[in-house]
Design a protein around this ligand. Structure first.
Ligand SMILES: C=CC1=C(C)c2cc3[nH]c(cc4nc(cc5[nH]c(cc1n2)c(C)c5CCC(=O)O)C(CCC(=O)O)=C4C)c(C)c3C=C
Ligand SMILES: [Fe+2]
Ligand SMILES: [Fe+2]
Length: 347
């Protein structure tokens, strides 16, 4: 039986308050985030991380001084590995973070020590953005080449309408919608991490794929119909970001006296953007804007349908080692994934 390594990618988060500034530096020094020449980017990253650090430290202090993202991702990795073992595969799951430990270079070393027959790269970002999955996959390619790691590799670019993801999100949303209906008909805000508008205008498919996820979840929720809106959170810096903002939508719902249900649509686990921004900051805003009830839907985490969906993607990748299968986005797959199981077949 083939020995398969699966690498789960996520953004990473500081494991102490001292780590906040270097973590932010790594983030802003990424050319996928700040597309300016190297020396300028380095200087800007130094300044921005220094300026942002006190705000970010305050955020992570509210989480006990560290990000829970790594622990959450390890739980997902263990759940996926167990499920694939139950399905008869010899798979080992690794975690690789882009901006903090365990760094991608460490995961490359661990995969090299395992010496698998087949490697599957699986970003924990359902929707593709060059700033997230694209950056992680590019960094993997660089580190793997440096380390001389050569193994047949499939990259899974994205899975915005993967049925397990959609089922898990819809099931968790339905619970909160039912709770909110005790007070009134809720506005359901699908909240995604925002991006600078110029990144979308340069062709990044993230916003379009987030829209696809929302449409699939709304469709799955079925009747009675809900009033759903897509909005974007977590804006940083002076540039124009895509909208509408989640804050504006909460304010609008409050003015109409409607309960609010917030669904994190681009995050699959809990971290600062859900536990602080959604649960504390936006809940506080809602209470001041006249929202009668504010409820947040948990992220899909290790929901069996979501982990089952990831296992299906991995199984397709295992099969596709010798050929293409079904598709998501031909343009992304041509440039990013190469042997991705979601690579489109010719139209
Ligand atoms: C869909 C996921 C994400 C996209 C797209 C994204 C783009 C993006 N992010 C920043 C700046 C920051 N992001 C921060 C935290 C953070 N971001 C994501 C996901 C996406 N980012 C996650 C999961 C997290 C949480 C990490 C954790 O807590 O473990 C932060 C740090 C926190 C803060 O200071 O607010 C920054 C900064 C930019 C600039 C950007 C696109 C250009
Ligand atoms: Fe972010
Ligand atoms: Fe792909």
């Amino acid at each position: 039986m083939a020995r398969v390594a699966v690498v789960l990618f996520n953004l990473g988060g500081p494991n102490s308050l001292e780590a906040v500034r270097p973590f932010l530096f790594n983030l802003f020094n990424d050319p996928a985030i700040m597309n300016v020449p190297g020396p300028i980017r380095y200087a800007l990253a130094k300044v921005i991380s220094w300026r942002r650090a006190p705000i970010a430290r305050d955020i992570y202090a509210r989480l006990g001084g560290h990000s829970p993202l790594l622990e959450q991702t390890q739980i997902q990795a263990e759940a996926l590995e167990s499920l694939l073992a139950e399905r008869g595969h010899d798979v080992h799951c690794f975690v690789a973070m882009r901006y903090w430990e365990p760094f991608i270079s460490e995961a490359v070393a661990r995969v090299q020590a395992m010496n698998p027959d087949h490697l599957i790269l699986l970003p924990l970002y359902p929707q593709f953005s060059g700033t997230t999955a694209g950056s992680s996959l590019a960094q993997w390619a660089e580190e793997a080449q440096k380390a001389g790691l050569e193994v047949p590799t499939n990259r899974i670019c994205c899975y915005p309408t993967e049925p397990g993801l959609v089922a898990a999100m819809a099931e968790l949303t339905a619970v909160r919608v039912a709770q909110a209906r005790r007070v009134g008909e809720p506005v359901v805000l699908f909240s995604a991490h925002g991006l600078p508008r110029k990144i979308i205008e340069a062709g990044d498919p993230y916003q379009k794929q987030v829209e696809e996820t929302v449409a699939a979840v709304v469709d799955r929720l079925g009747a009675p119909t809900i009033e759903a809106r897509l909005c974007f959170q977590s804006r940083v810096g002076p540039m124009e970001w895509i909208g509408p903002s989640t804050e504006d939508e909460i304010t609008r719902a409050g003015a109409a006296g409607r309960p609010v249900v917030v669904v994190p649509v681009a995050f699959v686990s809990e971290h600062s953007e859900t536990l602080v921004e959604l649960d504390l900051e936006y809940a506080h805003l809602a209470s001041h804007k006249g929202v009668p009830l504010y409820l947040r839907v948990p992220t899909v985490g290790r929901h069996p349908a979501f982990i089952g969906g990831l296992a299906d993607l991995v199984e397709r990748a295992v099969r596709v080692k010798d050929g293409p299968s079904t598709h998501i986005n031909r343009r992304i797959c041509d440039t990013v994934c190469r042997r991705c199981p979601n690579r489109p077949t010719a139209a």
